[in-house]
Design a binder for this molecule. Structure first.
Ligand code: SF4
Ligand code: SF4
Length: 462
C-alpha cells in the first residue's frame, strides 16, 4: 500500500519565517508565519473552505483523451547537430531509410480506427525525422489522404523540422492543411551555430531564419520554436528566448533539456545546478516579458487551477511511433531498438506486447513521487533518459526532479509575495484564486487555436 503523507511542508527561503503547507489529497495550500507552534493538519481542518477550483487555463484539448502518432518520415537529416539523439548515431548520411506510402497508410488506418472507437479522441499526427521535409512528397500525400477519411477536422497535425527546407510554397501548403510547425533553433546565430550545423560544420542559423520568416509572413499564429537547453545556451537562455520571441514571433517556445545519447554522454551536458538556474531565470524573464514557454505554461495551468499535472511523457500515455524502416514503438529515441519496438507485420497481426506497455512509468505509479512535494505540478521524467541512466524505464531522473521541486517552491513563494503585498498580516495565510493566478505574471494563459502541444515537453524532453 502507498505510504502517502497527509501534507507536505516547506520553508520559503525568500521569506524566512514563513512555511508553506500543502495538503496531499487536494492540493490545498496554506502558509504560516509561526509554523513551529501550529499543527498544519489542524489548520487545514479549520480552513476547509479554502479549496477553490480555479478557472480553466487554456491549453487546448489536453483534458480530452489524446492519442499521438509519430510518423518518422525519414531518418536522414541535412544537418548534423552535435547533440542529436533521435537515432543514437551521429552520422545521418549512413541512414537512408525513407518511410514508404505502404507504412504511412497502415498508420493512417490505425489512427482512423482509434477515432471510430472513440469519437471524442484528441487525435494527433506528428511528422518527425531525421528531417521530415526531406520526404515532402509523402508528407503532402498523407495530408491529402487524411482529408478523404472524413475525420480530418479532428486530427491535429504537427511538423517538427529544422526549417532549412521551408519555402513559401511549402508554407502555403502547411497552412492550408492546418499543420502546426515547430522549428528547432537554439538562440541567436552565434549560439545556435555552435551546435546546429551542416555536415561540413557550417552554421545553419541564416537558413533557418529564412524559413521562420516565411512562416511569419504566411502562417502567423501557426508555428512554434523548440529550443534545446545545454552548455551552448545555458548562461544566456533568457536572452535567447527574448530574441527568438521578438525576432520570429512564434505562438510558443518549448525549452527542451538535452537527452543523453545511448552511451550515457551528451556533448552539451550541464550540471543540475546550472540547468535549474537557467530555467528559473528564464521563467522570471518570461513572466516579465509575456513570453509563452510551453513547459512553464503547462505547469502554471496545474498550479493555478490546483489540479494534478498529467502532461506525462506521451510514450507512457498514448503514443505510437512508426519508423521509416518499418518498426512500431513508443518513442523516437528507442525506435531502432528491438527491445522497444515491433515489426509492422507483428503490429498488424498480434496484440501489442508487454514491452510496449509503458503506462506504469508515470508519477502516478512511481513510489518516489508519492512522497514528493512537487508531485502536483510535476509531469514526471523522460522514460528514455531514465533508461539510459539506470538501465530501466522505471524511476525518476534527478535533474528533472531538482528543477520541478525548485520550481514548485518558487511558485509558492510568488503566491506569498502577492499576499504580503496586500498588507494581509496574519499567522495563517490562505491564498485566494487571485494569488495563485498572479504567479503567471505576463505569461499568456491561453494560446491561438492552432497551437498544438503534442509531446511530453512538459517533461522537458521532446
Ligand atoms: S519524454 Fe522521453 S521517453 Fe517519453 S516520448 Fe519523450 S523522449 Fe521518449
Ligand atoms: S519531482 Fe521527481 S520525485 Fe517529484 S513528482 Fe516529479 S518525478 Fe516524482
Amino acid at each position: 500500500m502507498k505510504n502517502i503523507p497527509e501534507f507536505f511542508t516547506s520553508p520559503l527561503f525568500r521569506h524566512s519565517g514563513y512555511t508553506a503547507h500543502i495538503r496531499t489529497k487536494d492540493f490545498a495550500v496554506l502558509f504560516t508565519s509561526l509554523s513551529n507552534t501550529t499543527k498544519s493538519d489542524q489548520l487545514f481542518l479549520e480552513q476547509d473552505n479554502i479549496i477553490q477550483k480555479q478557472q480553466a487555463y487554456n491549453l487546448n484539448n489536453k483534458d480530452k483523451k489524446t492519442f499521438t502518432m509519430y510518423l518518422v518520415l525519414c531518418d536522414q537529416c541535412n544537418l548534423q547537430c552535435s547533440y542529436c539523439d533521435v537515432l543514437g548515431k551521429k552520422d545521418h548520411l549512413k541512414n537512408q531509410a525513407y518511410m514508404t506510402w505502404d507504412t504511412a497508410k497502415i498508420a493512417i488506418n490505425e489512427l482512423v480506427k482509434r477515432i471510430k472507437l472513440d469519437p471524442e479522441l484528441n487525435a494527433q499526427i506528428v511528422f518527425f525525422g531525421g528531417e521530415p521535409l526531406l520526404n515532402w512528397s509523402l508528407l503532402t500525400r498523407i495530408c491529402e489522404e487524411l482529408e478523404k477519411t472524413g475525420f480530418n477536422n479532428q486530427i491535429e497535425k504537427m511538423l517538427v523540422t529544422n526549417g532549412i527546407l521551408l519555402n513559401p510554397e511549402k508554407a502555403v501548403f502547411l497552412k492550408k492543411h492546418n499543420v502546426y510547425v515547430v522549428v528547432s533553433v537554439d538562440g541567436q546565430e552565434e549560439i545556435n551555430d555552435k551546435v546546429r550545423c551542416y555536415h561540413d560544420g557550417t552554421g545553419s542559423f541564416s537558413d533557418v531564419s529564412k524559413g521562420l520568416k516565411y512562416l511569419k509572413d504566411i502562417m502567423p499564429n501557426q508555428y512554434g520554436i523548440s529550443c534545446t537547453l545545454g552548455s551552448h545556451n545555458a548562461l544566456s537562455l533568457s536572452e535567447e528566448i527574448v530574441y527568438l520571441h521578438e525576432e520570429f514571433k512564434p505562438c510558443c517556445i518549448g525549452i527542451n533539456v538535452f537527452h543523453f545519447q545511448q552511451d550515457g554522454t551528451c556533448p552539451i551536458e550541464i550540471d543540475d545546478k546550472t540547468l535549474c538556474k537557467s530555467l528559473l531565470s528564464s521563467f522570471e524573464t518570461a513572466r516579465k516579458k509575456g513570453i509563452a514557454i510551453y513547459q512553464f505554461a503547462n505547469i502554471l495551468k496545474s498550479f493555478t487551477t490546483q489540479q494534478r499535472n498529467k502532461d506525462y511523457c506521451p510514450a507512457c500515455v498514448n503514443k505510437l511511433l512508426f519508423s521509416p524502416n518499418g518498426r512500431v514503438g513508443r518513442c523516437e529515441t528507442l525506435m531502432t531498438d528491438e527491445r522497444f519496438s515491433v515489426s509492422l507485420q507483428d503490429f498488424l497481426t498480434k496484440p501489442l506486447p508487454p514491452k510496449l506497455d509503458w503506462s506504469k512509468y508515470t508519477p502516478e505509479h512511481e513510489p518516489t513521487c508519492f512522497n514528493c512535494i512537487a508531485q502536483w505540478i510535476c509531469p514526471g521524467s523522460c522514460a528514455y533518459d531514465q533508461f539510459i541512466s539506470t538501465g530501466s524505464l522505471n524511476g525518476v531522473e534527478p535533474r528533472r526532479c531538482n528543477f520541478h521541486i525548485q520550481f514548485f517552491i518558487e511558485l509558492l513563494t510568488l503566491v506569498l509575495d502577492a499576499m504580503l503585498k496586500t498588507n494581509y498580516r496574519k499567522k495563517v495565510y490562505v491564498p485566494l484564486k487571485k494569488h495563485f493566478a498572479s504567479v503567471a505574471g505576463n505569461i499568456p494563459t491561453s494560446f491561438p487555436e492552432h497551437t498544438i502541444f503534442v509531446t511530453g515537453m512538459g517533461s522537458m524532453s521532446d
